[in-house]
Design a binder for this molecule. Structure first.
Ligand code: NAD
Length: 368
């Protein structure tokens, strides 16, 4: 049988630096665990613009549609800030999400014990936290029509439209219930059914899908504003949270920051399952291209490494190997080996991006 295929798009800034460490880890899994991938590397963002004049070429887009999973570093940087909107690096990423129809965005918020002090919340509130926010990514108020700014009398009016079809709600709900079955079997759906019709429909459809297909999963509903409060009051009450594009944007950033540093946060965006059962999938760290530290060997590769762990779990059914990799990163952090972004007073000197990669590889070796 052919190896599963992986398209690697390192992108800009620290993207290639953190991706280099991931490539070493992919090689480790091939050599030590017999899990090999057919890996292709290509350009996205500013790097693609420099070569092709567009932030994602048609050929790369086609490859992304054909592979089993895409792993992306980061895009953007000051050199591209003044480009026309249509060719900005971020457009490459948006095109990938749109054409792959990645409607389900998974943002884990996991607090590693060794990093509990980095949270702005009290340690006992976040220590051991492990929740997953599932955000609808391709519809809702960011895409709904009509939209725009027009004149009414003497003043301008800004308009955006929150719009969801039943099938759009149903597919992201299914994705959340499926995930919950692989975790603690609990979903909390968040909307504003008290003041928005789209919220009423959201609640109805999630309830219908639950009753018809997932009654073994525990389902609760919460208004999104209360959800925000609960996330900072008692985040460990949640397992999987499913919500729309706008609320998900805000709630997932809030939840992610419970855990401390941008350099630690992975994400996955999933689409509909293909004929082989694998969903279309894009994995990427939450952070951007970090131009302030690019080229200095300071970037923390953990978020990108943990994004690959998500790929192992959600695209390739290697949940145990994903856990092995996550535990390796945890073990490294617990041993006090840290990149500069995770330094606290009294810590030893920070390690470089490559040294962090070395340490994770050593921890993987120790896990055998
Ligand atoms: P950023 O995430 O790049 O950086 C914010 C801060 O966090 C910086 O101080 C940076 O040094 C630090 N940081 C980020 N990742 C880190 C890591 N792995 N290790 C250590 N420190 C890390 O956000 P920004 O500065 O707002 O944006 C910079 C560029 O990235 C912009 O062009 C922006 O458009 C782009 N961006 C891209 C993505 C993406 O590719 N998905 C996401 C956000 C921003």
């Amino acid at each position: 049988m052919a190896n599963p295929s992986l398209l690697i798009l390192p992108g800009d800034g620290i993207g290639p630096e953190v991706m280099e460490q991931v490539m070493r880890i992919i090689d480790w899994f091939g050599e030590k665990r017999g899990i090999a991938f057919d890996v292709t590397t290509d350009l996205v963002g500013g790097a693609a613009y420099d070569k092709h004049g567009v932030p994602l070429s048609d050929e790369t887009m086609q490859k992304a549609l054909e592979v089993d999973a895409v792993l992306l570093g980061a895009v953007g940087g000051p050199a591209y800030d003044n480009l026309d909107f249509s060719v900005k690096p971020e457009r490459g990423l948006l095109r990938l999400r749109k054409e792959m129809d990645l409607f389900s965005n998974l943002r884990p918020a996991q607090c590693f014990d060794a990093l509990a002090d980095f949270s702005s919340l009290k340690k006992d509130i976040v220590a051991g936290l492990d929740i997953m926010i599932v955000r609808e990514l391709t519809s809702g108020v960011y895409f709904g029509e009509p939209r725009g700014i027009h004149k009414e009398g003497n003043e301008r009016v800004g308009v955006n439209t929150q719009r969801y079809t039943e099938s759009e709600i149903a597919r992201v709900a299914r994705s959340a219930f499926e995930l919950a079955r692989k975790r603690s079997n609990k979903v909390c759906s968040m909307e504003k059914a008290n003041v928005m019709e789209s919220g009423i429909l959201w609640r109805d459809v999630v309830t219908e899908i639950h009753e018809a297909e997932y009654s073994d999963v525990e389902l609760s509903h919460m208004y999104a504003d209360n959800g925000a409060m609960q996330l900072v009051r008692a985040p460990k009450q949640f397992d999987v949270i499913v919500t729309d594009n706008l609320f998900g944007d805000v709630l997932s950033d809030c939840a992610a920051m419970l855990t401390g540093s941008l350099g630690m946060l992975p994400s996955a965006s999933l689409g509909a399952p293909a004929a082989n059962g694998r969903p279309k999938a894009l994995y990427e760290p939450v952070h951007g291209s970090a131009p302030d530290i690019t080229g200095q060997g300071k970037a923390n590769p953990s978020a990108c490494i943990l994004s690959f762990a998500m790929a192992l779990r959600y695209s390739f059914d290697h949940g145990e190997e994903a856990t092995r990799l996550e535990e390796a990163v945890q073990a490294v952090l617990a041993s006090g080996v840290r990149t500069a972004d995770l330094m606290q007073e009294g810590d030893k000197a920070p390690v470089s991006t490559t040294q962090m990669g070395d340490a994770v590889l050593a921890a993987l070796d120790n896990s055998l």
